[in-house]
Design a protein around this ligand. Sequence first.
Ligand code: B1H
Length: 818
Amino acid sequence: MSRMNVDLNSVRTMDTAQVEQGIRRILEQSLGVEPDEATPGDYWEALSLLVREINLDRIRNTRREEKDGSVRRVYYLSLEFLVGRLLGNNLHNLGIYHQAEKATASFGVNLSDVLEYETDPALGNGGLGRLAACFLDSLTTLNVPAFGYGINYRFGLFKQGFVGGKQVESPDAWREDSFPWGIEKPKRKQVVRLYGQVREVDGKAYWDDTQEVLGVPWDLPVTGYNTERVNTLRLWEGRATEGFDLNSFDAGRYQDSRFREILAENISQVLYPNDSHPEGKELRLIQQYFFVACSLADLIARYKREHEGWEQFTSKVVIQLNDTHPAIAVPELLRILMDEEDFVFTKALEICRSVFCYTNHTLLPEALETWSQGLIARVLPRHMQLIYKINYHFLHNEVEKHWPGDHQMKNRLSIIEEPNNPAEPQMVRMAYLSVIGSHKVNGVAALHSSLVKQKLFPEFDELWPDKIVNVTNGVTPRRWLANCNPELAELIDSTLKSDWQSDLARLGELKVWADDPEFQKKFARIKRDNKVALASVIDELCGVKVNPDAIFDVQIKRLHEYKRQQLNLLHIMAVYRRLLEDPDLDVPHRVFIFAAKAAPGYLVAKNIIYAINRLADRVNNDRRIRDKLKVIFLPNYRVSLAEKIIPAADVSEQISTAGFEASGTGNMKLALNGALTIGTMDGANVEIAEEVGEENIFIFGKTVEEVSDLRQRGYNPRDIYQHNEELKAVIDWLASGDLSPDEPDAFRPLVESLLDSDYFLTLADYQSYSDAHDRIVKAWKAPSYWWRMAIINTASMGKFSSDRSIVDYCKTIWNIGL
Ligand code: B1H
């Protein structure tokens, strides 16, 4: 890896006085306010603009350094980048956080208050989008030349509020707040074509009569820890090609010209809010193609500025597809190579296959994207032709060679899914297109990758045994420990005296302190401080006072039946009943904390939120249980809220049905901050258990094999309900309408889904889950034992740095030497 030779150490050592001068200059000269009249919001803006100046210098240096074309670049294509707030993270990466803290203090303002003024861009749904953001941080930290490409949505993921305990959504017009990080680059705009038809003349295809829209890029700087490199996250925004088209207006084609404008402006309006359930809407397909077309044109233009001819393309460019959302990139690159650059099909496909790689994030059948053939043919007629061409080549050469004469196999592996009912449309399987168009396919945790091989793509794995690989997810220790938990970071700094932030495996050296009473005391003290801080957030947002000496048990993630917030709910109801039966029960105080958004159309998920809120209302106001139990549902879960919850968690709920959670990354963040996991053998929990040791984690529930055995034997949730007295009592209570007297049938959908099918085996795992909670209570009662476990958890998370994930990608997928 070529290191930057430009010396920017002066920046790294910027002292407090320089930061102070910078703030003053910007307040006075750019914002036009006097320091003594400036609001904390003004300080936020001034400091952000100061950091932006530094970043811009560094971006120019990075670009200058790379101009000779020697570098191989990673292009990470993702419809989601959940970047979170940037100022704190940037100050930290630049090594001037403490200077900024002192400088703002000298103006009489507190830096952590100032940081709260930043809007939190919610350009993603959940884990998949946040992973993309962690990966950009690590790519830059590891000094890998990289670009992220995505969409600059005007409205990020909806804001969540509760009315009477029910989720209500409102738009997140985040760009209306000041946000100095993004810089528009009109010079780098691209034209994208849609609709139209294909003519063939002398064997050459011409795609004509298209509607054109503009993509205008908007660049965010991506800084890394301890490196001068600044990479770029380039987000595209849709615009109409030119203002009002008077010609078509005169010709009475007003509709046409308005159509173009409306189309263009709609493209980048909203992020689709369906985590794990693709929206089969035309606009979503257009979003996918729009950002892919802009990004490929942009990266090809960059390649051409740096190189003559196409010979070096595959050695200079690698394109990672974040799930199948950018899969249309495969036929798009093929189109460019064949129709614009005159490559023959086989050569063009070979090039595609050597630059693309695809990450699979889910096995959920309903989450696997398919598009109707007719829709693609209408919106992207040339691409539909090329998909057929890829498919024909694949089936008649590659599949035929491996399974000669096997028509069933051809049917099974075809990119085109034939409908069972001829009245239904043919569907294009985007996952197959991605596998066939890539040189590597990866799952996101060891268990998940093995299920991808065995269950999702077994035939592809047989055909190409080296194609499917694993790269276990990771999280950036900068945001998820150093920034969000500064006290713990300081304790680790003073204990290890080594740079764990760029080599997280170093945390292992903390293990020798796990039994040290002094160290335990400090560790526990920090956790308590963080809990006090979270308690005040809870009071502010929910109006409930919680005891910082209680166990803080958290489940924070999207609301989905497979993630089983309902299992947590049933157990809390049982705990409450036990307390009502015996208010003197000798149990530690517990606070169960939830935060989760439900997709707006996912009714059972919304029903679960409502049930938790109703239960919370009942429990939190019941004096009989003397504050031994509190239930909190924090509204509007997002990155900045996660940063407050995670450092304060004692227990981390990772309780998905085995085989359903591809990896999870919240599980890693929580364990890193010293929370103990209660979890199933699912996703990355398996590897977390391996790292921390079975005795330092609370594993329960059916394994993947047991889940499938049970299903095969025939699972009847009513049997379990009939035979488990406590479980029966809480389900009956939920069904009784007692929690929602004004709406007695409110929880009918949830109860029916549990008793009639219970697809996610909530009842099957209930007793084992409840027993695991009893083990947690027991462990809590022995503090030296508890803190030993917590310390070992933090110390064992080295593997789960996203730096390690990126090193794995470099070695096993991207062929980049570090
Ligand atoms: C994950 C998604 C996802 N898997 C479709 N799949 C979407 C699928 O808008 N859509 O259409 C959006 C998101 N997200 C998550 O990825 C997994 O559930 C987690 O287990 C995993 O940790 C995360 C990152 O790999």
